[in-house]
Design a protein around this ligand. Sequence first.
Ligand SMILES: Nc1ncnc2c1ncn2[C@@H]1O[C@H](COP(=O)(O)OP(=O)(O)OP(=O)(O)O)[C@@H](O)[C@H]1O
Ligand SMILES: [Mg+2]
Length: 544
Amino acid sequence: MINWEELKHIHVIKKLDEILSSWFNTAILLTDSHGTIHNHTKGEKSDCNNMLVQLILQSGNGQEFLENFSTDVCNKIAKSEKALEVVDGPLPNTKAIFAKVKIDNEFLGAVFAWPFLPHDLTSADKEALKSAAIREGLNANDVEKAVESLKAVTDANLYYMQELVQLVSQEIETLHQEISTREERINALNKELGVRYRYDNIIGKSKPMQDVYTLLDKIKNSDSTVMISGENGTGKELIARAIHYNSPRKDKVILTINCAAFNENLLDSELFGHVKGAFTGAVKDKKGLFEAADKGTIFLDEIGDMNGTMQVKLLRVLQEGTILPVGATEARKVDVRVITATNKDLKSMVETGEFREDLYYRINVINVHVPALRDRKEDIPVLIDHFIAKGCEEKGIAEKRLAKRAMEKVFDYSWPGNVRELQNEIERLLVLTGDDPMIAVDLLSPRIREFGEHTKIQGVRVAGKLKDALEELEKTMIREGLKRTNWNKSRLAKELGISRAGLIMKVDKYSLDKRKIFASMNAKNRTPLDDVEEDYYEEEEKIS
Ligand SMILES: Nc1ncnc2c1ncn2[C@@H]1O[C@H](COP(=O)(O)OP(=O)(O)OP(=O)(O)O)[C@@H](O)[C@H]1O
Ligand SMILES: [Mg+2]
């Protein structure tokens, strides 16, 4: 199945549509193999530039009118060998081009370019066309304007038009293929996934996460100290909680202490408590966090930021299982499990003397390393589903999904901020996407949308065949135009809808410069007209 919905947003296809519309004033209809049109939604205002198609789509049964035609053609071409054909359009004396979309040799849809006029159209033919359009219920004045704006296409131009329409169908085929390959890749990765897709609130099906789960299972019933390491936003705190809530201590508290945020003066009494009169303001005994967490868990986050004095004190707690409240003379026994987390490389901090070696070995009894998201991309789809489901439930809205193109971009991005960054992106998208059930690729943050853009296939595709074809077309248009306007660049630039400077650059690029052409021309082939032209040219040079 082709995802037409997505294809109409694709840049290359939009661009081709624009080119066909500006050169030939024709519209592009994308249909499935039954002739059902997919790039215009019934009852919605169409962004098509061709006035006649606009009028038809706006009229009551315009879509049916066009679909009767496309269905008819699709039925006929389904069996034929031809990939592309020029046929009579749904209104008399108009022409249409269609190109098949074939995937694995199967006819899955078509690209229609309609309307344009044959080059030998008589004014009587044109009147017949107008009357037919009016009979279809269109307003006579509108029809007059719409039909007059249609282009009669010469044989030479018809060739380029066919090429362009074919390019649209080829683009669709390539993109479809690319999307399926990507899906296969994701599916293949999925096969390698473990059975568990979550551990408490930790989401992840990847092999590395399965290993984390296995380790968490093993340490579930032990009291040993655990150190969780991993980059920012990989879910270290989530894991610390999972460890606590799966341990026999789960009915007691888990207290989190952010070592980086700790004020050294407060530290002692905060962590270990104090006795009445220990210092000014110590009017009564106060329990420290370690005592408050008795029989529970203490989570020391950002342990790499813990200063030297604090490191000594912590070491004592870990070694002796006792604390000494400020001002107390006797140590008190505490039963706490210590879990630490860091995104720093503690090992090298030990080497540089920033972190105590003895403490390092004390806290690093068991190490849980959380892999970065870019090393387990296969978790991205489940994480996205999870965050979308969560977000939509919170908002009380129906679930949305990510367009495939958007999913690909998300997949390719390197996620320096890991799961947190992904979560923030999804939350942002849910807000931006409004009522639309599908999250479109253009809504993605630019850094994600544009990631690796210049190195990706799309650029290559545009640079290859399409670029050649477009340049060829451009060159011909300009060459013919120069002849027709007697090398009047100002007039031609206006006709082509580009600046005069732009035209001069293109003339240069394609070596359509008259002087060069004259130079290569054999003198005896010259006609009087050539001299006239040359005068014109010199005149032009003076102006510019
Ligand atoms: N595997 C995961 N499944 C679901 N949510 C996750 C996962 N990993 C991270 N998150 C979410 O991402 C955010 C960051 O997670 P968390 O705070 O646990 O990361 P961290 O490693 O402690 O980050 P930091 O290094 O910045 O302190 C949280 O909102 C968390 O719920
Ligand atoms: Mg954290």
